[in-house]
Design a protein around this ligand. Structure first.
Ligand SMILES: Nc1ncnc2c1ncn2[C@@H]1O[C@H](COP(=O)(O)OP(=O)(O)OP(=O)(O)O)[C@@H](O)[C@H]1O
Ligand SMILES: [Mg+2]
Length: 453
């Protein structure tokens, strides 16, 4: 930090001391202010930020020790250096016990003072650097409305951003509630088609005939009830993105129809004969294991290959537990505004418990649980009890009862698995140092294949 940005407050009842110290420090380039007694010092601490305070111990009115104590609550980050006459070094030692950084014996030696200030400034710089580093390591990843803290999701976001720029078909895979639709919307919003429409259709919600007419539209009189001509979702998505949700559930006939559209980029409305050409980008999603469905013969392999151009898999929430606190905060923040409830956060205890839950319903279930807790909550901070109220069916399935050690072991295995055996990365996520992690790996005799890939 530049010396001018280092702000030093000199507190002494003797004008001559204040003036000389201020003079020296200003010469060194620091920004300096003075206070003639404890009350003035407190006022200055309340008004401005100070990197360092040089504080006389013996002052009439309020003594240095009291100012020191108050400064710890007003501005704990200020480094306090005590100034005292030789006779009261004991007081200085006492002050150090109460949080002063060091002491200078009066009359102060300019050289000594200068060196001490330089040392403090260096230490401040180091603390700041560490903080920046720590913050960088713990950085949140974002992709439009999606948030995450995990390395796997960061890769998902990167792949999705790259894929967004292309026109290729994307297949989003993942368990229910992992964010497949949200990711698809984010891809659309990030793509050159963002100005165009995003049309979503769930392939499992409709019967074959209805879905067919939903997708391709129909001509007037195509079937009973088709009293007017209707455009389908393919036409509605022209110039934009068509999101085919639950693609694993479509019938063999529609699989074939879809394959044709993907191959020829043309189709006819139901009951029609004129081919219609559309410019749409397809994003398909499913929570099914499509490869297995292909192997079992229930899903066409040619359609699978057409869809599987860029596959993106969203991992289940239980495999990225470090996302839970961030997601909880994200939902609390949003829901507080939506629901107009003055909720600010979640207690430590409640957060720790949430992190141990299974979340079969993944992020959606977590969101529902937070929402329910917010309805029940009485205070500004959600408590564990708020999450346990009622017999709601979405109450999470807890992990099998386990000892603390067993839970720790499992968690370490999960994180190592996620970092693909990278111990440094795992240690960072776990917020412990590498040596500690190595010790734990040894303690739990984690086998090599589990820890290193
Ligand atoms: N990373 C994330 N950040 C913020 N919100 C998320 C994230 N992932 C999911 N959500 C939220 O979780 C809920 C479920 O997401 P979404 O509907 O996209 O899941 P899905 O995989 O399509 O589920 P399903 O298979 O059941 O249709 C939504 O409310 C969504 O906004
Ligand atoms: Mg969905």
């Amino acid at each position: 930090m530049s010396t001018a940005k280092t702000r030093i407050l000199i507190v002494d009842d003797e004008e001559i001391v204040r003036e000389s110290l201020a003079g020296w420090l200003e010469q060194d380039g620091y920004t300096v202010a003075t206070a003639a007694d404890g009350f003035e010092a407190i006022a200055q601490l309340k008004d401005h930020e100070w990197s360092i305070m040089l504080l006389d111990m013996k002052m009439p009115g309020m003594d240095g020790l009291t100012v020191l104590e108050q400064s710890k609550t007003i501005q704990p980050a200020t480094t306090v250096v005590i100034m005292t006459a030789y006779a009261t070094v004991e007081t200085a030692v006492n002050a150090i016990k109460r949080g002063a950084y060091d002491y200078l014996v009066k009359p102060c030696d300019p050289e000594e003072l200068s060196l001490m200030i330089q040392k403090i400034v260096r230490e401040h710089d180091l603390v700041r650097e560490n903080e920046t580093l720590r913050r960088a390591l713990k950085r949140d990843y974002k992709f439009r409305d999606m948030v995450s803290k995990s390395a796997v999701m960061r890769e998902v976001f990167q792949l999705a951003k790259t894929a967004a720029r292309s026109q290729s078909t994307i297949l989003v895979l993942g368990e229910s509630g992992t964010g497949k639709e949200l990711l698809s919307r984010a891809i659309h919003a990030e793509s050159p088609r963002a100005e165009g429409p995003f049309v979503a259709i769930s392939c499992s919600a409709l019967t074959e005939t209805l879905l067919e007419s939903e997708l391709f539209g129909h001509e007037k009189g195509a079937f009973t009830g088709a009293v007017v001509r209707r455009r389908g979702t393919f036409e509605a998505a022209h110039g934009g993105t068509l999101f085919l949700d639950e693609i694993g559930d479509i019938s063999p006939k529609l699989q074939l129809d879809l394959l044709r559209v993907l191959e020829e980029r043309k189709f006819c409305r139901v009951g029609g004969t004129d081919p219609i050409t559309v410019d749409v980008r397809i994003i398909a999603a499913t929570n099914r294991d499509l490869k297995k469905a292909v192997a079992e013969g229930v899903f066409r392999d040619d359609l699978f290959y057409r869809l599987n151009v860029i596959p993106i898999t969203l991992p289940p929430l239980r495999d990225r537990r470090e996302d839970i606190p961030l997601l909880v905060e994200h939902f609390v923040e949003r829901l507080a505004i939506e629901m107009k409830r003055p909720v600010e956060g979640v207690s430590r205890e409640a957060m720790a418990t949430l992190m141990s839950w299974e979340f079969r319903g993944n992020v959606r279930e977590l969101r529902n649980i937070v929402e329910r807790a917010m309805v029940c909550a009485s205070g500004a901070v959600l408590q564990l009890d708020d999450f346990k109220l009622g017999d709601n069916p979405s109450v999470p399935v807890k992990v099998a009862p386990a000892s603390l050690e067993e839970a720790e072991r499992r968690h370490i295995v999960a994180i190592l698995d996620q970092t693909e055996g990278n111990v440094s990365q795992a240690a960072r996520i776990l917020e412990i140092d590498r040596v500690t992690l190595y010790n734990k790996i040894r303690k739990y005799s984690l086998r090599a294949p589990e820890t290193t890939k």
